[in-house]
Design a protein around this ligand. Structure first.
Ligand SMILES: Nc1ncnc2c1ncn2[C@@H]1O[C@H](COP(=O)(O)OP(=O)(O)O)[C@@H](O)[C@H]1O
Ligand SMILES: [Mg+2]
Length: 369
């Protein structure tokens, strides 16, 4: 596509800024604010034909307008994070965008993964099937692990959905990406409630809650897990206010207490008339008809109106739904090869920091020996 020289490219690992050549290869993503391109980089100060004189990559370079209109916390948060299930930032720089009047764009060069979870779900759906259950377990576990890490720093992603989750279908590695909406939440400090994509919005956000917690991401995790079983979004509201109606179809209407705690001023629809007689359990089993009982049990602890009662990431990781992947006998293959995947180094390579965050639940999270 194009090649250009950037004077000041900063390495996120060393902090060193130096000139680099950028070789853009192809567009891999398009979003509300910018584009994501696959690209290679080369140190511009290397001696010709020296070992340093090589293109490195590919990277995924995300370009968004720099400065005021787009208040990006993305760079700040990506600089701060270091976790196997969170996309790693390698380099960053500002550079004018010739497709936009040479306005300055922020460029984030991240490690590049082959696909996102939305395309993976779709791939099975068009073949009238859904992801194998052991893949759903492995992916959900990694989402919970990423959230356990983020939430331990009060970092709330605020836009959890399948297109913001990257995967490598060869080894089933998963990484959360798109920190464009993420924020460090301060206790009892208000934040905007109009974040998160419609289908994945927690009920407290829908009714306009401004003092929310990282539990809004957990609702998103439940929606993504459910979507892997169903092949399509669990709650598909046709418009923002109808999103709550979709949720009430499964859970019944929210309680007065929930509304009071979320937003006492809420005066929108509550969908409080009863539309069925069955219990929540029965409706869950009907909606997620290919999920086993442990999966249903976990979903019912994650998709909960009350944010306080909603499971936190370490509770999710210790749920019996994941017993199978923690067993020494567990065996899983990707759709691309017949070789078994080593889950120990994929799922349980916990840092000392992570181990500390598990507290008393540690023995229920570690693999069985
Ligand atoms: N590191 C990456 N590796 C591979 N693909 C990526 C990467 N980052 C983003 N993408 C792709 O680009 C799309 C848009 O990137 P994202 O960060 O979500 O930006 P936006 O804020 O525009 O949604 C993603 O849905 C994903 O398909
Ligand atoms: Mg995105």
């Amino acid at each position: 596509m194009s090649e250009y020289l950037v004077k000041d490219v900063t390495s996120n690992t060393s902090g060193i800024t130096r000139p680099m050549f950028v070789q853009e290869i192809t567009k891999i993503g398009e979003g509300a604010f910018g584009t994501v391109l696959q690209a290679n980089l080369k140190n511009a100060l290397s001696e010709p034909n020296s070992p340093q004189d090589i293109w490195i990559g590919p990277f995924a370079i995300k370009k968004v307008p720099a400065q005021t209109e787009y208040k990006s916390r993305e760079l700040q948060i990506l600089k701060q994070t270091n976790h196997p299930n969170i996309v790693a930032l390698k380099y960053y720089y500002n550079y004018p965008n010739k497709d936009d009047n040479n306005r300055i764009y922020q460029h984030l060069a991240m490690e590049c993964l082959p696909c996102n979870l939305q395309s993976e779900i779709k791939r099975y759906y068009i073949n009238k099937s859904t992801l194998p259950e052991n893949h759903i377990k492995i992916f959900t576990f990694q989402i919970a692990r990423a959230m356990n890490y983020l939430h331990s720093f009060q970092i709330c992603h605020r836009d959890i959905k399948p297109s913001n989750i990257l995967i490598n279908p060869e080894n089933l590695l998963l990484k959360i990406c798109d920190f464009g909406s993420a924020k460090v939440l301060e206790p009892n400090q208000p934040s905007v409630s109009y974040i998160c994509s419609r289908y994945y919005r927690a009920p407290e956000l829908i009714v306009g809650c401004c003092i929310y917690t990282t539990k809004i991401d957990i609702w998103g995790l439940g929606c993504v897990m459910g979507e892997m079983y169903m092949g399509k979004p669990v709650f598909q509201g046709q418009e923002p206010m109808l999103q709550l109606r979709e949720i009430t179809k499964l859970f019944g209407p929210p309680s007065d207490e929930f509304i009071y705690n979320s937003n006492p001023q809420y005066n929108g629809p509550l969908y409080s008339h009863k539309i069925y007689n069955s219990t929540i359990d029965v409706r869950f089993q009907k909606v997620f008809n290919n999920a086993n009982l442990d999966a249903i049990d976990l979903l019912m602890k994650v998709l909960v109106y009350s944010p306080i009662e909603r499971f936190n990431p370490s509770q999710i990781m210790s749920h019996k739904y994941f017993d199978e992947i923690k067993s020494v006998k567990f065996n899983v293959k990707s759709r691309l090869s017949n070789d078994p995947i080593k889950v120990d180094s994929l799922l349980f390579n916990f840092s000392d920091y992570e181990l500390k965050t598990f507290g008393k639940l540690i023995n229920d999270i570690l693999p069985r020996s």
